[in-house]
Write a new protein. Structure first.
Length: 516
């Protein structure tokens, strides 16, 4: 009994109270004095609403209290009473205390009925839940539909949802359209809540249709951002139109929706450039801001420069290296469609030539669901067995390539031979798990790569994947692969032609891939 009078931070939790009650039940009438403190703790833990985490425990505690004191003699205590003179907290505690059933029906139901007139909506909702539990009729909820949808009351939510579900498809569509067109934030929140409950494709269609309606666009954008519903490419023009809205907040919402919920950047970038080039003047700043966020480039409102960048005709662009095969979408440049230099052909018959490359969307086996295609694959026309693609590298000419040989790595050394020249790439350990790669050629040494980590086991975290003369100067060039950890891979192209005097090679381009 002393534990039931605990003070301060040592309040017994519901599970402990049930355990105490279970121990007292065999004592029958002798344990009756414990009913009052147990009932008081039940009332304490019944505050404000039904707690799913404790509901089973509190129901069991209520049955224990009822067994210990069937007449509920403790109920004469004023703290258990419901009345307008009580605080909101005390009235709510009394209603939920009764919900857990320590009193007989004839004493409980009149209290629930009285509480249906409580000035607080949430207490009325608790009383309604109690009446439902006892099979009693519940007065109709007088609140507007949207208010019931967004209410914290499960009764209000379920009633509104049932009302919505009872409508046929045209009526549900009309209800959603009306809510979106009202311009009321609560109505927009109600649409989002309805979609979250059922993921109804009809609501999704209504939201996307509303993008074309200037009156409903703002609410639709709000819901789309909250629910992250994907916006297909055929609805992007409506988002672009929203980016030219006279209201700044609508323009910003349209831009954010486009970036978060729109098509992949690869699909979106050409649409934005077209909008910047020929769209209404009001939408162009938003289109330029979106392009900057996606690409990391900033050409402002200059549509011609954006177009030249997209077509890879912008002078002064850095060298680019791209590997064939599927990749994460972010690993393939957004302006990759167009002409690239490529090493084509089977080993021993490779050639360097310019080829047209197009990028197709593919399923990303690591990141995508079965129906998604956020990955990207560079495909070259007229290039058999492509080894790599290059762009913006000076001095390249179409020709047959002379290639060298690469022996397997042994003891951290890759031995290479090109013509009469013998080369070696040696790996040296640095620190606990770091390493350094050095090129040794004709008595000269050059560091090609350093990593702080990565050398933690077999196999070696690097390789030389190709050696040959790519730039036509008669000296060996290298394609090196190395990684610092198992999730990030890097490919480096070293050319001899642009290297400064006394240095064998110069790093010209890098390609980076991420596992997940």
């Amino acid at each position: 009994m002393s534990e039931l009078d605990a003070q301060g931070s040592s309040y017994p939790q519901p599970a402990r109270l049930v355990a105490i009650g279970e121990q007292l039940l065999p004592y029958g009438a002798a344990a009756r004095p414990a009913a009052a403190p147990l009932a008081n703790w039940l009332r304490y833990y019944s505050y404000s609403s039904l707690d799913p985490a404790h509901e089973a425990l509190l129901r069991r505690l209520g049955s224990i209290v009822r067994a210990l004191d069937p007449e509920a003699s403790y109920y004469g205590d004023r703290r258990f009473q419901y009345g307008p003179d009580k605080s909101d907290q005390d009235r709510a505690r009394t209603i939920t205390f009764l919900f857990y059933g320590p009193l007989p029906r004839e004493r409980v139901v009149p209290v629930f009925v009285a509480a249906m007139a409580d000035p607080e909506e949430w207490i009325r909702d608790l009383a309604a839940a109690g009446l439902v539990q006892y099979g009693e009729p519940v007065p109709a909820d007088p609140r507007p539909f949207s208010e019931r949808v967004v209410s914290t009351s499960p009764r209000a939510n379920e009633g509104a949802l049932a009302e919505f579900r009872s409508l046929d498809a045209p009526a549900r569509t009309q209800r959603i359209r009306s809510l979106l067109a009202s311009g009321n934030e609560r109505d927009a929140a109600a649409v989002g809540r309805l979609y979250d409950r059922d993921r109804d494709p009809l609501i999704r269609s209504a939201l996307l249709d509303a993008l074309s309606d200037p009156a409903a666009r703002r609410s639709s954008l709000t819901v789309l951002l909250d629910t992250r519903i994907a916006v297909p490419g055929d609805r992007v023009p409506f988002l672009l139109a929203g980016m030219g809205d006279e209201q700044p907040e609508v323009r910003e919402a349209a831009r954010r929706t486009l970036l978060r919920c729109g098509p992949t950047p690869r699909v979106l970038v050409p649409m934005l450039i077209a909008g910047l080039e020929s769209g209404p003047p009001a939408q162009r700043p938003s289109a330029a801001a979106a392009l900057k966020e996606i690409t990391g480039r900033d050409f402002g409102l200059d549509a011609e420069t954006w177009r030249l960048w997209r077509e890879a005709k912008l002078e002064g662009e850095p060298p680019q290296l791209l590997l064939p095969g599927p990749h994460h979408g972010s690993e393939v440049p957004l302006n990759a469609d167009g002409a690239w230099w490529a090493i084509c052909g089977p080993k021993g018959r490779r050639e360097l030539k310019q080829v047209p490359v197009f990028v197709r969307l593919v399923n990303d086996a690591v990141l995508d669901a079965a129906s998604e295609e956020t990955g990207a694959e560079a495909v070259a026309r007229g290039c058999e067995e492509p080894l790599l693609f290059l762009r913006n590298v000076a001095g390249l000419k179409p020709r047959a390539l002379t290639e060298g040989t690469v022996l397997p790595i042994q003891d951290g050394v890759a031995s290479l031979r090109y013509g009469t020249e013998d080369l070696a790439v040696r790996r040296f350990r640095t620190g606990e798990s770091g390493f350094r790669l050095e090129l040794h050629s004709a008595g000269r040494t050059q560091t090609l790569f350093t990593a702080e980590t990565g050398l933690s086991g077999d196999p070696e975290p690097w390789s030389v994947s190709w050696v040959g003369d790519l730039d036509g100067d008669g000296r060996a060039d290298l394609l090196l692969e190395a990684t610092e950890d198992e999730n990030v891979g890097q490919t480096f192209l070293f050319l001899s032609g642009p290297a400064p005097p006394g240095v064998p090679l110069k790093l010209v381009a890098t390609y980076r891939t991420v596992g997940c």
